[in-house]
Structure formats: structure tokens, C-alpha cells
Design a protein. Structure first.
Length: 234
């Protein structure tokens, strides 16, 4: 029960925090922070292997499918959101069938794929100026995030090892970021190398205990975030 409460709190605060940030690049950075991931790893017996690295790929698939269906095909954001979840679950099921997944080959393949995506994908376009339409207040956003967070945590309990990377907050974040979803997805693709580094450090040091592994994971993630965001954006 305590782990569920912590996961619910983390999801709620992440969604609420993202909803209060206007620049898309910083929204994507906040969402890429491995907060729910850390809580799940710290409070469950799940060990890091190649499946969690593939979970980062599934997260990117979730955002790509949602952005494409909503932005290119004109689907309602809720339907596009649900389709993204289905895509994530389909890839998760494939990973479960292949388990156990070796870590080093998957890490190498995903790292090469990230470099290719960073080179081939166009850079994120600047977001449009915010429209003057009325927006829900901070407390209203907090209430909506809490309601959705409770549902997401309840669903995530049934995802086995891929519970670690299930887009708890992302299901709600894409609705909040729907006006700039394509840019958000591209920024998240860039930031996801931090999650790959997080799992790499955790896997390398998990034999020394989870506190050591998670600390190393956060340091690896912070190093990637600094490398990506210290540059002045063009």
C-alpha cells in the first residue's frame, strides 16, 4: 500500500508540475525525470535488465503514435492517447514473451537507434505562443492529475516488469501538451537518452544494492540532461 501511495503521489506531482511549465523543452525534461521509475525499483523486487531499456523505446512509441494520430490524422486527443497506450502494451507484451532480455545487446542497439534518431529527425520546432484562452487553475489541474494518477497506478500494477516504464504521467501529459505534442515528442526523444543512461548505471551497480544503483542512475541521468540542455538553444 505504501508503494502505491508513493507512486500515486509521484505521478500526480509530475503531471501537475508539467502542466504549470510553459516552455515545451522544459516540460519534456521534467517528464523524462525517472521519478516513478525510481519508486517502482525501490519498492518492488524488479531488477533492471534489457526489458527496461526496451521500455524506453516503448515510451517513445507511445508519444510518437499519439502525436501522429492527433496531429496528422486528426484524431481526438483522448482516442490518440488510448491508441498510444495500446501500442505501448503491444510492445510490452512482445518484451514479456522474449524475457529474460539480455541487457548489453539491447543497450547497444537502443543507443545506436537514439543516435540515428537524433541525427535524422528534424530538430524540435519552436512552440507556438500560448493562446489567450482561459486555462484551468492550478488547483483544478492538481485535482485532475490526482484523479488520473490514481487510475494509472491501478492499471500499472498489472504490467509485470514493464510497470517500471509504463507512461503513468504521460497518459495525462499528452492531453495537457496536445497543442505542442509533436514538439514535445521530439524533445522527449532527445531526453530519453538520460533514461537509457539511468538504466545502464542501475544495471552496472545493482549488485551493490538498490540505494547505490539508484544514486548512480540519477547521476547518469543528470549528466545527460546537463549535456543536452546547457547549450543555448538556437
Amino acid at each position: 500500500m505504501a508503494s502505491l501511495l508513493m507512486a500515486f503521489t509521484a505521478v500526480t506531482l509530475t503531471v501537475w508540475g508539467v502542466s504549470l511549465i510553459r516552455p515545451v523543452r522544459w516540460r519534456a525534461l521534467v517528464y523524462s525525470l525517472p521519478i516513478p521509475i525510481t519508486l517502482v525499483l525501490a519498492t518492488t523486487p524488479v531488477e533492471v535488465d534489457g526489458s527496461q531499456v526496451l521500455g524506453v523505446v516503448a515510451l517513445n512509441l507511445f508519444f510518437a503514435v499519439t502525436a501522429w494520430l492527433h496531429g496528422r490524422r486528426g484524431w481526438h486527443i483522448v482516442l490518440a492517447d488510448l491508441a498510444g497506450v495500446v501500442a505501448y502494451l503491444a510492445l510490452s507484451r512482445l518484451v514479456a514473451v522474449l524475457a529474460p532480455v539480455p541487457f548489453v545487446p539491447v543497450l547497444a542497439a537502443v543507443s545506436v537507434a537514439w543516435i540515428a534518431a537524433a541525427v535524422l529527425l528534424p530538430p524540435p520546432a519552436p512552440s507556438r505562443p500560448a493562446e489567450p484562452a482561459a486555462r484551468p487553475g492550478a488547483l483544478a489541474k492538481l485535482g485532475a492529475a490526482a484523479s488520473g494518477g490514481l487510475l494509472m497506478v491501478a492499471i500499472g500494477r498489472y504490467l509485470s516488469g514493464l510497470v517500471v516504464t509504463f507512461p503513468y504521467a504521460g497518459v495525462l501529459v499528452v492531453i495537457e501538451a496536445r497543442r505542442d505534442l509533436a514538439q514535445f515528442a521530439r524533445h522527449f526523444t532527445r531526453n530519453s537518452i538520460g533514461l537509457v543512461a539511468f538504466f545502464g548505471a542501475c544495471h552496472a551497480l545493482q549488485s551493490h544494492g538498490k540505494p547505490v544503483a539508484l544514486t548512480a542512475g540519477w547521476l547518469a541521468h543528470a549528466s545527460c540532461a546537463l549535456a543536452l540542455h546547457l547549450r543555448r538553444p538556437r
